[in-house]
Design a protein around this ligand. Structure first.
Ligand code: SF4
Ligand code: SF4
Length: 288
């Protein structure tokens, strides 16, 4: 089962994403019927009695309260541990905004295939600067700006409102403006530069966190304008080059594309040391 998942990362991820989209409506519906095992939204929820809070919202709340509130700190342990181990996997596998933005991007490429963005890895500073400004805004003006800009929280709370109250809020307009801009501009700018949730999660990454690595000696692709792995990347990154982090959200689409070629890309926890590679290569030559 585990190796099937690893060989079919994109199919598995699509199933997970669509399940989350369905759960956005099914869970509030079950709540109405009396189910209390899972309550809340991607802002904050309770699963089997365990509170879980979005780390970006936690920082904003602590800044607005101007005090350390221990229960809030405890509620970010699970998302932070997940980010430390697996990177921004929440973004690529669970966030409903990303799911919709990926489908919007596919639609855009279908309608105008020549508009494909050239894959490149932007400088890291752009990723953090906007979020830092947002947190400063919240702090200086004591205004909960992160609440409005957290797309996973906004979409899940709107879905809950629809089920509970039968109505939608004006906040949904912000989502529509962003997704429309993504379709027109097509650069996936929101998840790369503007989202405070993704930017906060990407801070919690160490050398041992799950990461994409490229072994040039295994690459069998002919030199081309755009490689299969680059074409597959929903964020238009170039996984053949260094510097995909903090943008890369470990979706595995490039790994899947590489399966058809030389398997030069892989998802690993720790960078392989150079001195073990010759031994591994010999083992592969002998054992296939
Ligand atoms: S960056 Fe924000 S909107 Fe994009 S996938 Fe991550 S949480 Fe969702
Ligand atoms: S570099 Fe690979 S794993 Fe990272 S976002 Fe792009 S396709 Fe996904």
């Amino acid at each position: 089962m585990k190796s099937w998942i690893l060989r079919n990362l994109t199919i598995t991820r699509r199933i997970a994403q669509l399940t989350i989209l369905a759960m956005m409506f099914i869970i509030p519906y079950l709540n109405v019927k009396g189910f209390t095992g899972v309550i809340g939204t991607f802002y904050s929820m309770e699963m089997m009695g365990i509170p879980i809070v979005d780390p970006a919202l936690c920082i904003q709340t602590l800044a607005l309260m101007r005090e350390l509130y221990v229960p809030l700190l405890l509620a970010v342990i699970i998302p932070l541990l997940a980010a430390l181990a697996l990177g921004r996997i929440f973004c690529s596998w669970a966030c409903p905004f990303n799911t919709l933005a990926e489908y919007a991007q596919m639609l855009r490429l279908k309608l105008s295939p020549n508009k494909r963005i050239q894959a490149h890895n932007p400088a890291q500073i752009g990723h953090y600067l906007a979020t830092l400004c947002l947190f400063m805004l919240a702090l200086v003006f004591t205004f909960p700006v992160i609440t409005f800009l957290s797309m996973p929280g906004l979409l899940t709370s709107q879905a809950a409102d629809l089920v509970f109250l039968g109505s939608l809020g004006l906040e949904l307009g912000l989502f529509l403006i962003i997704i429309l801009a993504e379709v027109v501009i097509g650069s996936r700018f929101w998840c790369k530069y503007a989202c405070p949730v993704g930017a906060t999660l990407s801070v919690f990454r160490t050398g041992a966190s799950l990461k994409v690595t490229f072994d040039a000696s295994k690459c069998t692709c002919q030199k081309t304008e755009i490689y299969d792995c680059q074409k597959a990347c929903p964020l238009s990154l170039n996984p053949r080059k260094k510097g995909i982090y903090p943008y890369c959200y470990n979706c595995g689409a490039c790994i899947d594309a590489c399966q058809r070629n030389g398997r030069a890309l892989s998802l690993v926890f720790i960078h392989q040391k150079e001195h073990v590679k010759p031994l591994q290569r010999k083992m592969e030559e002998v054992n296939g």
